[in-house]
Design a protein around this ligand. Sequence first.
Ligand code: PEP
Ligand code: MG
Length: 895
Amino acid sequence: MARRKLSKTNKTKSPKSKGTKRCYFFSASRAEGSRSMKELLGGKGANLAEMCTIGLPVPPGFTITTETCAAYLAGGGKLPRGVMAEVDAMLARVEKEVGRAFGSGKEPLLISVRSGAAISMPGMMDTILNLGLNDAITAAWAKQPGRERLAWDAYRRLINMFGSVVMGVPHDAYEHAFDRIKKRLGVADDTQVPANELKKLCTAYAKVYQKKVGSPFPQDPKEQLRLAIQAVFDSWNKPSAVSYRRIHGIHHLKGTAVNVQAMVFGNLGDDSGTGVGFTRVPSTGEDVLYGEFLVNAQGEDIVAGIRTPRPLESFAEWNPKIAAQLARIRKTLEKHFGDMQDFEFTVERGKLYLLQTRTGKRTGTAAVRIAVEMANKRLIDRETAVRRVTPDDITQLLLASFDHAAKKKATVLTKGLPASPGAACGKLAFTAREAMARAEHGEDVILVRRETSPEDVDGMHHAVGILTATGGVTSHAAVVARGWGKCCVVGAGEIAIDPVKAKITVNGATFGRDDVISIDGFTGEVLAGAIARRPPAGVTGPGAKLLDWADQFAALGVRANADTPEDVAKARSLGARGIGLCRTEHMFFGERRIMAMREMILAETEKQRVKALRKLLPFQRRDFIGILRAMAGCPVTIRLLDPPLHEFLPHSPSAVAAVARDLGVPERLVERRVTALAESNPMLGHRGVRLAITYPEIAVMQVTAITEAAIACRRERLDVRPEIMVPLVGTEREIAKLKEAIVATIESVKEKAGFRGELTIPVGTMIEIPRAALTADAIAKEAEFFSFGTNDLTQLTFGYSRDDSGSFLPDYIQEGILDGDPFASIDQHGVGALVALATARGRATRPHLKVGVCGEHGGDPASIQFFAKTGLDYVSCSPYRVPVARLVAGQAGLG
Ligand code: PEP
Ligand code: MG
């Protein structure tokens, strides 16, 4: 019986729908949709339906599906058959609910028509309000007591909005007409214009409409509705909406839904009003109602900013009953949607209506706090809390960022690549030495270089930010800056740097030593002047809690790349459980060390070399003791020397002379060595394992230092766990030969030290040459662990130089040849395939082979997801990326 009745109602509702339901009704008493239907009803439509089902006061209406939009657009702008009949049936139900008629009566039913896709695209598509008025209906309505001003005001808004949105009449054309009236009356504010003048304005607007459109404003409300629906569908393909979807990677949606809903008015007097609320404070996450409202106003008035809204905190002073209702609604929304929501509301003559709700936008700090506090109150589970926070939210916790409003007012000079996030303002320094000297005098300086080299590290460290004209996101400057969490922009190719005259020129503007610029490491923008900043919140309190939860779900471990005891301690405090890459070359740049290093490089015999190396040994040992201590209980992978030796030598004639003087050797000796070591392609030259094969004494010194450091720590009863890693291996025999020397050195050091305790130091290799990946089964016979050096692996797989790709990569990305920068996010099909293959082949030889990643990709969210899927054991990244990596490792574990 009940079933027959239902099918009968359906039949009357959609007479020609032939099975495809196009419209879904919602009202406080009934809703056909639900929040699970976002794809079909759009976010707004689905949530309106949902609010109805949980008893929230929503003006009745209906949603036309996104599929209808797709059919309309596919049909070349023709509404599918039967849609308008279904719309009529739905409208009849709305009329019944509100007890007023659309297109007739003294108190006519007015409706709004709004867009709403499955993913919110704020402001991108169209809305038309007050539909259902014409000359006659407005005149009749205006005659009702207290309605005169409302009626003419609503009508002029309709002619304006309908003309602009549906027919493309420029908004200015109307504004001129309104301005003339306001000028004549001597008033500035729309609200001061009386009813009879608004009536005249309607006539003026109708004339504007007729002139621009070529036909009169449509007097048939149904016709208005049809055209409005079509306009909303058409707005899906507006250039701005298309760009928005492209920029945000929204490719899978069918189209927009259309929400047709009974209008309610917040401008019916002092017992009416309108507002916007958030269930928690969106900037801090505090668990209180937040928002603003205006008495006797419409929603548009809040957006237009003509009047200053009042904070919701003071709502109870205006209407305590509705304030209490809003407090209840805040709880209901959160409990039901399980997230912080924003909502729009209108009070019409003392009755509250909700017009929309969405997941509320929030800052990173707020996102973390809200997720943790909601989980603590069991509004969501911990898995949801971990899933919901984004990597960007976590990054925000750690870094200062520019104040939004302040940045908007600043001049953008150019844009480079965002190499290391953060926000820095400072005066310009043109050499590392200058940066150091000025920083030591308390100045904030930004080091500006064409590119940086290892020699610049001290200056880079002292600068508040680093800006380079060339280089990509794995160039030296980028890698080093990320390691320190220092703001860095690279590859800003439009900047011409003149270090001699100490100035930069960019797009016609010139800046010198005493000029201040700002760089935004989140976006790559370079801006003029100093911009106000917001300090970081840090990974404490809710941030620490959330990451603890993430660790519990983690699919893979997180280590850090660090090479000083301070950085290791920092990484540990941020949650790293091991060091995946200690780049020993960074230890050779201190003043006395570089001297010994140069002495070693300039040595002409093995004996001289060994003598110089002996001077380096105590430095290395001390460094390793500090590092191992700071990471006691966790593995520390120490890489043997990797860069080509000429990186440690001076290049300019004056620097050559200075080195010769310091070392007490003839200048021509230094020159000869510099020339001999010069390489056309240093990245493919005498570096990595090749150095250790030709100068085994360097590796022996380093292994000795590592073993002695480990023994010293073990004797202090510290559970230190060093691992020795060989860089740039390409053949099995390289690692075999070197491993033999390493193991022999370890044993000999133990022997000499009389150490009888348990100390195994695994010897592994980096996989960063495609040949090593392809022959991983053979290499794994010798290597006890693998760590993918995905920076070099990407460089060598693509054949793109890490340091020079900045000159063409942006074009490649712009042209769509590449989806993104492969040095920032792993190229899953190419380089990623090599990672997967090498892992499988390595484990075929050595089933329990530990495999990690220590290239920059180890801190990139999409790459981490990929590595987790590929079955890697850990990722290793700069200390400041550790929290993000922990979050993503947890998310990967949750699937
Ligand atoms: C790599 O190549 O990925 C790596 C970690 O080594 P580096 O960046 O020091 O060459
Ligand atoms: Mg490398």
